[in-house]
Design a protein around this ligand. Sequence first.
Ligand code: ZN
Length: 262
Amino acid sequence: MFGLFKQRRRRQLRSQLVPNEWRSIISRNLPFYNRLAAADQRELLGHVQVFLAEKRFEACGGLQLTEEIRVTIATQACLLLLHRRTDYYPRLVTILVYPSGYVVDEERHVEGHIWEEGREGRLGETGREMGSMVLAWDAAKSGASDPSDGKNLVLHEFAHQLDFEDFMGDGVPALGSRREKLSWAEVMKMEFAALRAADSTGISTLLDTYGATNPAEFFAVATEAFFERPQALQQQHPRLYGELRRFFRQDPARYSSEPAAG
Ligand SMILES: [Zn+2]
């Protein structure tokens, strides 16, 4: 019963009128939006309505919470949900937003599926058991403002959240058939090994070598590249692109504004 109630409520939220203020924030802060097909834009805005109604935002470190912050983060997060049946990142309750990279004093042993981004200080983190995500607002905003630089903190962190949907956080999100799982495992293993090898020899790579940390980071980094450098990814890593295209049910190479691969 609760499930039905939730679904009906979400349907209602998705059909609500989108405030004009949101539209102007999106057109100002999220250049990728204008490149989406009209149907995808509508679907995305519907998801944003649900996301903003269900998730709690908290501003930290003296930051004032604004619609710009909420909408800019939610719209990027919901890009990963297009064309799929989704429960809207069910393990995530609260998004904590800091003005910029923050420094964590305590020495914490990183385990229990917590991922932390940023080498000195931190730009973001999320964890399977945390129920929360922390984001640096300046990085969340700048990640969106250039949709083709291959870096996007919000897509990265929400890729981790998608990875948690099957309760694991191991770089393998919830996939369909056994065949899909086998194909995913084979391609990811090969690509991860290649990135690790490139990282240790200092060869420059399309994928951020932060992805060589572990398979979970590899999936998050590959997600950034998939949406921000899709044409280059398709050219240089066609099998990886193919796996991500099937998983995300999207083909961003078709609308990408990235510069010619090089
Ligand atoms: Zn990460």
